[in-house]
Design a binder for this molecule. Structure first.
Ligand SMILES: Cc1cc2nc3c(=O)[nH]c(=O)nc-3n(C[C@H](O)[C@H](O)[C@H](O)COP(=O)(O)O)c2cc1C
Length: 212
């Protein structure tokens, strides 16, 4: 087996220049996301969500992007989870997308706020019923004695009402409003293309090339 030190590949799929980039980072993001979706990439819409609570210890996990518009990125989870606790202490986060086949990475930093209970309710009930029961039975990120104890909770909910389940009060969505974006395109010999978008004082996005 190849050693870790000797594991590498070249990134030669594409290049990125400033004049190719859309002046609006949301439009640029939409183009890259659509490219990944059209190629039917597995997990094209998952992103790593990085947070840090009041202790400052960085943490990260994958979540699914569920809405995306001209101003924000949204996902759903339990507010009582570890990430929920961290976001309540420090409502800032970083989202990271990586599309391996296109050798592209997007990094987005921003401010986080809760979606409304109505939005959460609508999305919760749009999910397959099995996922709704699982979300209702699980106190996300909290310890449980066994798999059986978890399954028993699901079974109890199904027994109570097999056709419907209420959204738990502490289950809902977050919206991240970006303050910076970075688009990364892998290039040969590690001379990658990187561009950040930051907001100037007038609220206009400014594009800057970074060294790889
Ligand atoms: C592909 C994939 C998609 C996931 N999507 C979500 C999601 O949309 N929401 C969520 O709460 N957890 C999702 N998870 C699970 C999280 O990575 C994580 O285990 C969970 O949210 C608990 O994180 P926490 O303890 O940091 O709060 C996903 C995991 C994977 C691998």
């Amino acid at each position: 087996m190849t050693t870790l030190a000797d594991t590498r590949r070249e990134y030669e799929h594409d290049s990125l220049s400033k004049n190719q980039l859309n002046e609006n980072p949301f439009t640029q993001m939409q183009q890259w996301l659509e490219q990944a979706q059209k190629a039917n990439l597995k997990d094209a819409t998952v992103m790593t969500l990085a947070t840090a609570g009041k202790d400052g210890m960085p943490d990260a996990r994958i979540v699914m992007l569920k809405q995306f518009d001209e101003s924000s990125f949204c996902w759903y989870n339990s507010y009582a989870s570890r990430k929920g606790q961290q976001i309540s202490e420090n409502p800032q986060a970083c989202l990271l997308f990586y599309w391996r086949e296109f050798e592209q990475q997007v990094r987005i930093q921003g401010k986080v706020e809760k979606l409304s209970a109505e939005e959460a309710d609508e999305y919760f009930h749009s999910r397959p019923l099995g996922s709704q029961f699982s979300a209702a039975a699980s106190q996300q990120s909290h310890p449980i004695s066994s798999r059986k104890a978890l399954q028993d909770r699901v079974d109890q909910l199904i027994q109570d009402n097999p056709d419907a389940v209420s959204k738990p009060d502490d289950w809902g969505g977050y919206r991240l409003t970006p303050v910076t974006f970075e688009f990364w395109q892998g290039r040969a010999s590690r001379l990658h293309d990187r561009f950040t978008y930051t907001l100037d004082e007038a609220g206009k996005w400014v594009i800057t090339r970074l060294q790889p």
